[in-house]
Design a protein around this ligand. Structure first.
Ligand code: FAD
Length: 447
């Protein structure tokens, strides 16, 4: 058995968002980091069709980027969205602010652009080497070997600390998930997603760029986020199969007719609708739950990071924000435990798991809110009351959305506080307005 507890050579799988951030943080600590990335260099290759994905980047992501000097660059490449613009069928759009004071925003940013900025930062960091076209196929923890497929053949590389940042469909995860005692579940929604485009119109945004647009239609929805080039990336979240499902529209006429009926206020803003719809791929939406996140053999240890450990559905706009938090946690624990991996890895999974479970749950709940509730008057009134209470009693009442998106309060704590708040508010609503405040103050002071 080799002593891997203070190992300074790290093998990191996946140069995605979490991988590049973590590689940079480790390089700065003096680690030698080899990053193995399946894809070719994205700066040379260009984006996949229909997978442009723009992310909502919020407080947690910005806090992480600040630590590697990228916060300002990211904000400069992003567009702030201060609320939702809800487009009901047959009525005018209405704007619902995300924060009580109306000023706070989540930021629409291109995922590939952000990934490239992080990649460049990682590559510039002494000690970090990124190897593209290097697909990890297997990890043998007892032999301390990572098997990598490269264009020139399959290689075996020695490794003792392996950090799996290879995303929702992680191959490295097999080294953890197929061990005795390991629990693993992947839950796919019956909904898939497909991207469409609203291009710039007369050189300007075709709809308001200061909001995240939602066309909530009960069982399904479309959203649109603005891009710097004044276009919008629209994403359909529809059931994959069945009537009204993504697979049900197979001809140009059917596509056009469906959009005329369901999204009449934007259909004319989408000149490439039919082509985009018929050609762009359908993506899946999966929640991954794994435990443990680490495994240890005679010669190597592996830990899952980011989507590889806890892919979530995108409805809270938190997957990347949350993956960045993992990297920050590992970095902080290396400091705390003086680089001792045998203490860092267990502490990392223990600290993060309750939080990633909480955001996984909140993300699933938010799908219902986005596709159904945003249109309901009761829901809107409740939000207005919460925002009013937030302004009135800012130290006591903060909405779940604000805590998730505009704070770095751990997700598990957000879930606990927001459940309590919601119980108090619903109970008190029955007792009238005076009761609302009295009860809220009493319970929340005790919190
Ligand atoms: P990834 O970014 O997926 O990176 C994994 C990397 O590993 C990739 O570069 C991949 O090529 C590489 N890789 C995979 N397998 C191997 C292998 N075997 N060997 C070597 N390399 C490999 N998050 C937000 O915060 N806000 C949002 O608004 C948001 N919206 C989203 C919308 C959609 C439609 C989707 C699908 C996701 C969204 N997300 C959002 C989630 C976000 O994209 C992910 O949570 C984030 O990318 C996870 O980062 P990661 O580094 O863990 O994984």
């Amino acid at each position: 058995t080799t002593d891997k507890s203070t190992e300074k050579d790290v093998t990191l799988v996946g140069a995605g968002l979490a991988g590049c951030l973590l590689a940079t943080l480790l390089g700065r600590r003096g680690y030698q980091v080899t990053v193995l990335e399946r894809r070719s260099d994205p700066r040379l290759a260009g984006a996949e069709r229909g997978r442009s994905i723009n992310l909502a980047l919020s407080a947690r992501g910005l806090d992480a980027l600040e630590r590697v000097g990228l916060r300002e660059d990211a904000l400069a490449a992003a567009l702030p969205m201060r609320g939702r613009m809800v487009h009901p069928l047959g009525a005018s759009p209405n704007f619902q602010s995300y924060s009580a004071d109306g000023t706070r925003a989540i930021n629409s940013i291109s995922r590939s652009g952000l990934n490239e900025a992080l990649l460049e930062t990682a590559e510039k960091t002494p000690g970090v080497t990124v190897l593209f076209e290097s697909r990890v196929e297997a990890v043998d923890l007892d032999r301390g070997i990572v098997t990598v497929a490269r264009p020139d053949g399959v290689q075996e590389r020695a490794a003792s600390i392996v950090l799996a940042c290879d995303g929702a469909y992680s191959a490295t995860r097999r080294a953890v998930q197929f061990r005795e005692g390991a629990n693993y579940a992947q839950d796919f929604l019956e909904h898939g997603y497909k991207e469409l485009t609203i291009p710039a119109r007369d050189g300007d945004f075709a709809v308001d760029p200061g909001a995240l647009h939602i066309w909530a239609r009960g069982g399904s929805m479309m959203i649109a986020l603005p891009n710097l080039d004044k276009s919008f990336t629209c994403t359909l979240f529809w059931p994959k199969e069945g009537p009204g499902g993504l697979a049900s529209l197979t001809t140009p006429e059917a596509v056009r007719a469906h959009f005329q009926r369901e999204y009449p206020d934007v259909v004319d803003l989408m000149p490439t609708l039919v082509e985009d719809y018929l050609i762009n791929p359908v993506g899946s939406l999966v929640t991954v739950r794994a435990w443990p996140w680490t495994a240890h053999g005679a010669r190597a240890s592996v830990a899952l990071v980011g989507d590889a450990a806890h892919a979530i559905v995108p409805f809270y706009g938190q997957g990347a924000n949350c993956a960045f938090e993992d990297a920050i946690e590992i970095d902080a624990l290396l400091e705390k435990h003086d680089g001792d991996w045998s203490r860092v890895l267990p502490a990392y999974e223990a600290a993060r798991k309750p939080n990633t479970d909480a955001i996984a749950e909140m993300a699933l709940q938010n799908f219902v809110e986005m596709r159904d509730l945003v249109n309901s008057r009761v829901h809107r009134t409740k939000n207005t009351i919460v925002h009013a209470l937030e302004r009135w009693l800012p130290s006591l009442v903060v909405s779940r959305y604000e805590l998730v998106s505009f704070s770095t309060v751990p997700y598990a704590e957000v879930l606990r506080r927001s459940r309590l708040q919601s119980r108090v508010l619903s109970g008190a609503a029955a007792a009238g307005v005076v009761g609302v405040v009295g009860a809220a103050v009493k319970v929340l002071r005790r919190r």
